[in-house]
Design a protein around this ligand. Structure first.
Ligand code: ZN
Length: 471
């Protein structure tokens, strides 16, 4: 067979690709359980986006299947072995401040703007057109190829749980939902909720009573704001001076303010992704450091001691007794992301632990539980995703590297990351694009976009990858 010019094949179809992608982008497919129903577990709009893709597949003569609205697939080819591509059509909420409406796709300066343009509707359509090109060229395949379309990637991955309970696990595959060149290793993830009761005690003159401690929204982010309310009979002026002194010596933003029922202290930190907690400034832990200098009621004191004894200045789990490191994925990291303490009610802390290939989730949980016990906290919720790794000598990586290098002329570096990509739903899967090195990352942000060049280039790469993996 004469050499296939993959990018030219994409160029021939680019008007159709853009039109069909625009239709998909117009669907506001944000998780909405208020409209959930039969065949629509995550809401009407997400179900509509899934059905949009499956109908496209049907129209173009593919075999399709909708697995009760949880996920679906579009299949082509024949053979024993199955190659899988895993993407998703749910999106995060648009948020404010867009230049053009988030669900009215618009091209400006060679870039396509819309919520989902790069995460992950653009790549879903790129993968679909890749499969379509392979089909229309009539290339002989010895394996089946399935584009598996998820619907709950932005939340809890319940889509893939149900899908793979019922459907075949591909022998290998990739997910177009992260970065090029190839991500082959991802840390294990443990989101842990620790909680306990708080105890009300009579106020005393020698201490302040902590009535509330609140910080953080998401377990996988370094919290950039912490707020505490103290009540008591003590000297407010002296307290405010202590706070001021702390803020100055540690060069931290914040303030203490007297109000009707006590004193409110606010500390501002620096937000950062939870996979690199050392790059942020954790407002809650700095608050803990400050409160460590102020006499508190026994219950509040225990909470503050916990922060100081087990979490402050320790991003690698040394004090929790879970520190470890190996060559591929590096060090275990700990991010303490959400804190809430309400006197007379409940206290909880949510922490995000990312462990390398040496890690054992049970050992880590047991160690944390033992350390937390003296402070009155127990583990009440765990969300676990095991560490993921595909050996660099595996044919999957060899093939994708070859395709990437042929089409881009650049070295296909195989990456290991602390974050989690959708590729880990596959037993043998890697993340492969769509974001090229040097391109701007706009997923989850306002004015999310993908450059048309990148969209077409990734479609060409996926088409050749499908052909090479399934030929
Ligand atoms: Zn995504």
């Amino acid at each position: 067979m004469s050499e296939i010019r993959w990018l030219e094949e994409v160029e021939k179809r680019k008007e159709d690709l853009l039109a069909e992608l625009s239709g998909l982008l117009r669907i506001e497919s944000v998780l909405d359980e208020s409209t959930a129903g039969p065949q629509a577990p995550f809401g009407r709009k997400i179900a509509e986006a899934l059905e949009y893709m499956l109908q496209l597949g049907e129209k173009d003569g593919f075999t399709t299947k909708n697995v009760d609205g949880y996920a679906g697939h579009i299949e082509y080819g024949e053979g024993e072995e199955l190659i899988g591509l895993v993407s998703h059509v749910d999106v995060v909420p648009a948020g404010e401040g867009w230049t053009s409406p988030p669900y009215a796709p618009e091209v400006r300066d060679g870039k396509l703007y819309a919520r989902g343009a790069i995460d992950d509707k653009g790549p879903t359509m790129a993968a679909y057109y890749a499969l379509k090109i392979v089909k229309e060229l009539g290339l002989p395949l010895s394996k089946r190829v399935r584009l598996i379309i998820g619907t709950d990637e932005e939340s809890l991955w319940r889509d893939m749980k149900v899908y793979f309970e019922r459907e075949e696990m591909p022998a290998m595959g990739f997910s177009p939902d992260a970065d090029f060149p190839i991500i082959a290793s991802e840390k294990g993830l443990l989101d842990i909720r620790l909680s306990g009761k708080t105890e009300e005690q009579p106020a005393g003159e020698d201490h302040w009573t902590m009535v509330e401690f609140k910080s953080g929204q998401r377990v996988n982010m370094v919290p950039d704001y912490a707020e505490v309310k103290l009540i008591g009979e003590g000297d407010v002026f002296e307290l405010k001076e202590k706070v001021q002194d702390f803020l100055l010596t540690h060069r931290i933003q914040g303030y203490a303010e007297e109000n009707n029922d006590g004193v409110t202290i606010v500390i501002r930190g620096q937000s950062h992704h939870g996979s690199e907690p050392h790059k942020g400034l954790n407002a809650a832990l700095e608050m803990g450091r400050l409160l460590g200098r102020i006499p508190l009621d026994p219950s509040g004191q225990t909470f503050v001691n916990l922060l100081n004894d087990l979490l402050i200045d320790d991003f690698y789990g040394e004090r929790l007794g879970i520190a470890q490191e190996e060559e591929v994925l590096g060090k275990l990291t700990v991010n303490a992301g959400v804190f809430e303490y309400v006197l007379g009610q409940e206290q909880f802390i949510r922490i995000n632990v990312r462990y390398p290939l040496s890690g054992d989730s049970e050992d880590i949980l047991n160690a944390i539980a033992a350390k937390m016990l003296p402070y009155g906290l127990t583990i009440t919720e765990v969300d676990h995703k095991a560490a993921h790794h595909v050996d660099h000598s595996h044919p999957l990586i060899q093939t994708l590297s070859k395709v990437y290098e042929e089409q881009t002329g650049k070295k296909a570096q195989v990456l290991a990351i602390g974050g989690g990509t959708f590729a880990r739903v596959l037993d043998t899967g890697v993340a492969f694009g769509p974001l090229f090195p040097g391109s701007e990352e706009t997923a989850h942000q306002r004015d999310e976009h993908i450059s048309l060049d990148d969209l077409f280039r990734s479609t060409a790469i996926y088409a050749q990858a499908i052909y090479e993996l399934a030929r």
